[in-house]
Design a protein around this ligand. Sequence first.
Ligand code: SF4
Length: 272
Amino acid sequence: MTDIDTLIDLLTRKGKLVAMLAPSFPIVFTYPGIITMLKSLGFTYTAEVAAGARVTNEQLTKLLSGHPDKRYITSPCPTLVRLIKRQLPQYSHYLTQGVDSPMIATAKIVKEKYPGYRPVFIGPCFVKKYEAREEAPELNILVLTYTELTQVFTHFNITDDVKRPEDHFDISISGLTKLYPLDGGLTKSGKVSDTLGKNAVKIVSGPARNIAAIKEFDADPSLRILDILNCDGGCIMGPGIQSKLTVDERKNKILSYFVQEESKLSGTTSAH
Ligand code: SF4
């Protein structure tokens, strides 16, 4: 059974489901139209993964301040984590331990707030399916890409015709973690350069640069952290996004959503 079939089956059986939308969603969907569509599909609640990203940042900050002598490679990108563990195991000690990815952190928030509900992560990346299964099986996260979700909408004949401007995320957050899918989104939203100094942080994205960047990081002790993502430009160019938009146009979609929503939310995780 594919993950599309699994979601269709769960929705048909009126399963208790929470949709968790990765912060790159504005490239593919409009807000709050996507919330209306997800609720029409049968999701009871919706969560913004930017909320979990705040937890990721807090955990990373704690790790950095608790271990001032150590250097780290960030690990929210499961493709990079697998690359290092399989092809470059001599560098795996740099991967952050005890720092949840935004997906896993959001699923933990969902499980605590809505016991008995299954988290469904919807994002730009099919490799997240492996992360969910292998690194957090106890959370039972179902992972679909945006492209797969679109097929589920088509199956149930859900369109964006219905407008309910009052719809909103049930779990959301204000602040810079909405910019997480841009390269450097983690360290910029976590203000890591403010703490460590900008020369201690290296930001890299793209498969052509990754391996060299990891080796350069290893060889340069002045760097405390390597913020690295596998896709060129970050998760905005993830393989689970079907879009003809350029990198800059995708960035602008993320920035527009950030500006649009920033004034509406308070400074903490909110549950409406
Ligand atoms: S950078 Fe690409 S491969 Fe890595 S998590 Fe984002 S979409 Fe997936």
